[in-house]
Each structure stands twice: as C-alpha cells, then as structure tokens.
Design a protein around this ligand. Sequence first.
Ligand code: ATP
Length: 431
Amino acid sequence: MSMLFRVGIDDTDSKEGMCTTYVGAVIADKLKEIGVQLVGFPKLIRLNPGWPYKTRGNCAIALTTRTQKHKIPYVKKIVLDTVERLAELHVETTNPGVVFYQGEKTPAKLKLFSKKVVQDVVTIEEAEALAWEIGAETHKFKLGRGIIGALAAIGNTLERDWTCELIAYRTPENRGTPRKVDAASVVEMSAETFPNTFDNLDPFTGEIRITPHTPCPILYGIRGESAEAVLRAHKLVKALEPIERFIVYKTNQGTDEHLRRAKIAEVKPYWSVIVKGKVCGAPKVIPGGHVIFRMRDETGEIDCAAYEPTHQFRNIARKLVVGDEIVAHGGVKKRPGLPLTINLEKLAVLKLVPVTRKINPTCPRCGKGMKSEGRGKGYSCKRCKIKAPVDAARIVRVKREVKPGAFEVPPRARRHLARPLIRVAYPRRKY
Ligand code: ATP
C-alpha cells in the first residue's frame, strides 16, 4: 500500500556556503533514482524575515512523496545521510533539523504552527511538543533548531497564494568564483516572460537580479507565477558555466504571507505588519540618507523608516506631510534606545492633505513684494511707504509632489516574502 510521506529540512547552511534548497534538490534527485515519486513540487518556505538568528533568507524546504511502506526506511536514510554529508555542521550556528511526517491530511494545529513561524517567533520546545502530538518524527543535528523550520515547511500548504522559483546550481569547482551568466540573455528572457516571471532585473539600475552574490551553490533563481513560466525562462537564459542540476520549487515567496494587519498599540518586534494611519511627524533625512517619519492611528504612534538601500522609494516617504493618510507595510524593529520602527517594504498613500503657502501682497505702486510688519500687523512697502492689511496676503495651494497610490522598495531591497506590486497588477493567469 502506498502512503503520503513528507519530509521537512532546515538549517543546513552557513554564511560561508551551502543552501538548504540545494540539499532539497539533491534529495529529490536521489529519490527519483530509487523510484520514489514526488507529489507536487517540492516546497521552499520562507520563514519570519525578522527572525534575528537566520543565516540569510530564512528558508526551509519540504518534499512530499507517495511511496510504499517498505521504501520509507530508504527515503529516511537518503534524507538523513544527505543532510549529514552536505550540512555545514562544522559551523557553530548551523543546527540542522529534519522532520518526517506520515499522513494524508495536514493537521490544523500544524498549519497554525507554520503560520506562526512565518509571522512570529516560536521555541524549539513548541516544535517538539507539536511533533510529538501529531506523531511527526524529528531528527536533530547538534542543537537541532532546524526542526522548527522543517516542521513549518511541511505544514505550509500554500493554500492562499504561491509562486514558483526555478533554481539552477553550480558544479562544485565553480562555487565561490564569479558567476558566469550571459546578461543579455537574462534581459531577453525578462522581456519575453515578464510579468509571468518577475524580479529578473532591477527596474532602475538594470542590474541582473537572478544571480545571488553569496558563496552558495546557486547559479541563478528565476521567480514566476507558474512552473511553466520559470521553465520557459530557464530555457532562455544562457549559462556560461555548467549547471549541475536544477529544481522547481513551489513557494510562499512574493505572497506577503509574513504580514499581519495591526493597530499601532499591538505591534511587536519581529512582526511584519500592515498599519493604517496618518503621518504625524514630518519626514526627516538622517545621516546615512535614511528617511524617518512618524505615523499614528487611534491607538498610538510609531516611526516608519525608508532606509538608504531602498533608493528611489525614499523619495515617496520624503514627500509626505503631516496629516497624509497612509498604509505602511513592513518589518518591526526595536533598536536599543530607539522607539519601535516599521522598516517600510511598501507604502500605500491613500489621501493627501492640501498644502498651502502664503504669498505676501505686492506693492500697488512699485509692484515689488511687500514685507510683513510682524505677526498680525499687515504688510508694508518700505520704499513707497504704502501699507496693506493682514488679509491682503494670498493663500495658494502648493502642488504635492506625491500622488495617491501604492509604492514599493526596489527588488534589490525587497524581502523574499514581500508581494511585488506587479503581482497585484497582474494576478496569476494561465501561462
Ligand atoms: P538560508 O535561507 O540561506 O537557507 P536561513 O536564513 O534559512 O538560511 P537557517 O540557517 O535556516 O537560516 O537558520 C534559521 C534558524 O532559525 C532555523 O533553525 C529555523 O528553524 C529557525 N527559525 C526560523 N524562523 C523561526 C521563527 N519564526 N521562530 C523561531 N525559530 C525560527
């Protein structure tokens, strides 16, 4: 009899190398070699982007197989041996975890846990207790903190929204050297497949975004709306070095799954939030080129920051004035001695307050601008000795430099989980 057997893996990499997605790709290929079929696409699940102990992008992976009972021990052996062989176990902060779960349905408690790992913080004890309760088998390497992500990846059913990423990996001898991908082919690929693929290029600088800058085994990753879209794009990209293997993951990247709507008084560090309110402190540019303003709702006030790496996006934040109605999206940060801050990922400008400017009257004789005589004292022309009353000044409306609309940080500054506005403008359609 065949049964659904699921595998979750996390925390195999370090800043020096490896990538949990690669471990997943090697395992998927090995399972195919022994005739174990995968059900659906392997999952790449991004976890809480605000979690401070992540290595890079806080991702975990999960694979689902349908296999005969007698093959399950082989599956387990392949998974555990591969993690042991590839994980950066010599690095102190790498603490892999593997979870096996046998069951047709995803328990509701596991789904809730998965959501919490994306939106909040959990403990390893919570993960262990849940695994015990639902009958999942956990394997801890060293401290085994990876069981948190491994369990969360199994339990994330990607029901609400999902995207795909095709990841191509480098051969071992090339890892750590500059990546060789024909840039013109990426530009052509993007022109041909966008918006069914997205984030291929930075719209402002034209920089290629599919190749990472870390020493990991990834040559490139193409993100898109469907497996068909990323596979087509992959065929259009010219790699100028050998590709060891590639895999298509179904993922929560680009879905905004990390965000929760909140009132300012509820906001907590490590959360990513959507907060509606009004600007109550004018934007300031602080050293380093970061833009900070304050907003409020009926429950409190909070700082919002558009940091220097968000480039043009800062200009939107800079042009806001007190009273403007906005919706801020972003991760909540607490820094010692500073108030809680929302690191902006997206900003919706709902309503702009009118901004006016007072223009002094002109002298009826010489035509020059009259000077104020002091508060509430009217105006005068010193040369012609002519006076004008207070209400002779004209109040004119100043054109606002920002328009209502939705704005986002550029791809280079975007979190993996943040839904690009292009996905809102062009919801998924059949490729
Ligand atoms: P990469 O993205 O390069 O694969 P990473 O950024 O995913 O690496 P890990 O090396 O996996 O980082 O380390 C993150 C660790 O934190 C994992 O052990 C994971 O189980 C744990 N973790 C992730 N999210 C949470 C959370 N919300 N609460 C508690 N622990 C978490």
